[in-house]
Design a binder for this molecule. Structure first.
Ligand SMILES: Nc1nc2c(c(=O)[nH]1)N[C@@H](CN(C=O)c1ccc(C(=O)N[C@@H](CCC(=O)O)C(=O)O)cc1)CN2
Length: 284
């Protein structure tokens, strides 16, 4: 019998029998659990589960959802079934620093990132040639003093027309409005070029240099209206020293930013990241 891969993710008040009943549901439908990870949060008394499941090919996303809904309601679950044949569709936004964009495009083109990238947007024209090299439509959406709402509306129109699943702010140096953040809630990841919560804002490497830190880093987080405050998905660091000027810190930081953003985007697209209030659970 033919099978297809799906990912089930869920969160619910913690109690006994959740895994027993979910596994029973899968067994009754001829499904096989390929991988499973779970976490119970003592503080919030919430339970989190991710299952990679082999499902008979006569099942569809709708049939699984319709069948699972009664069990989910019984346990008050927030839940999602994801068809692994669907490649998440990314819109990448960039400003003047292109290292994270370039890194994601190479990982996509070389098959390391199982996604589609139907659009790149920027408030500057700089990376139109790079987008053209990869055959990806590039949208130059310049920002003036009085057009932020229209510019953001155009970004949302592109996201809707391209059926975007995830917006990646790959060093996009404009603060998104509350409205745009609400429209993209849980569907926008930003790479911040510091080890948050240190050095929020636009120039963290200069802040780090002034402070004389010995470690710098990068943080990938979901975008919220509160600048650089969103739930953190991934972080990493690099050692620096007294002899390094801000430009050297910036250069060392670029590599850390690329790695941290690529990991966060990959884990999000593999349904490995679950929100737990202002924090995340990452089933690696
Ligand atoms: N609502 C949010 N928007 C954005 C976030 C976020 O967390 N919430 N992250 C930023 C990225 N970022 C740091 O990672 C950042 C970007 C821009 C600025 C900033 O002060 N920008 C100035 C303009 C700077 C310029 O034009 O170069 C501004 O917008 O007035 C700080 C931090 C992406 N957006």
């Amino acid at each position: 019998m033919q099978h297809n891969d799906y990912i089930l993710t869920l969160a619910c008040p913690d109690t006994t029998g959740i895994v027993y009943h979910v596994s029973g549901f899968l067994y009754e439908r001829g499904c096989n659990i390929l991988d499973s990870a779970q976490f119970g949060d003592d503080q919030t008394q919430r339970f989190f589960l991710r299952m990679h499941v082999d499902v008979p090919s006569h099942e569809t996303l709708d049939s699984l959802r319709n069948a699972f809904a009664p069990l989910a309601a019984r346990f008050h679950m927030d839940w999602q079934w994801h068809d692994c044949r669907h490649k998440p569709r990314l819109l990448i936004a960039v400003s003047k620093a292109g290292h994270c964009l370039n890194d994601l495009l190479f990982r996509w083109k070389s098959g390391q990132l199982a996604v589609e990238i139907p659009a790149i947007v920027s408030n500057h024209p700089d990376f139109a040639p790079l987008a053209a090299n990869y055959g990806i439509p590039f949208y130059h959406l310049p920002l003036q003093a009085d057009n932020k709402a229209q510019q953001e509306q155009r970004l949302l129109e592109i996201a809707a027309q391209e059926k975007i699943d995830l917006v990646v702010l790959a060093r996009y140096m404009q603060i998104l409005s509350d409205e745009l953040c609400r429209a993209l809630a849980g569907k926008a990841i930003n790479i911040h070029h510091s080890f948050l919560p240190s050095f929020k804002g636009a120039k963290p490497y200069y802040q780090a240099h002034d402070r004389g830190v010995k470690l710098i880093g990068a943080t990938a987080h979901y975008v919220t209206a509160a600048l650089d405050e969103g739930p953190i998905i991934e972080q990493d660091v690099a050692r620096v020293d007294h002899a390094m000027d801000p430009e050297t810190l910036t250069a060392i930081g670029r590599d850390v930013e690329c790695l941290v953003l690529a990991r966060a985007v990959k884990w999000h697209c593999e349904q490995r990241v679950l929100l737990n209030g202002q924090r995340t659970i990452v089933f690696k």
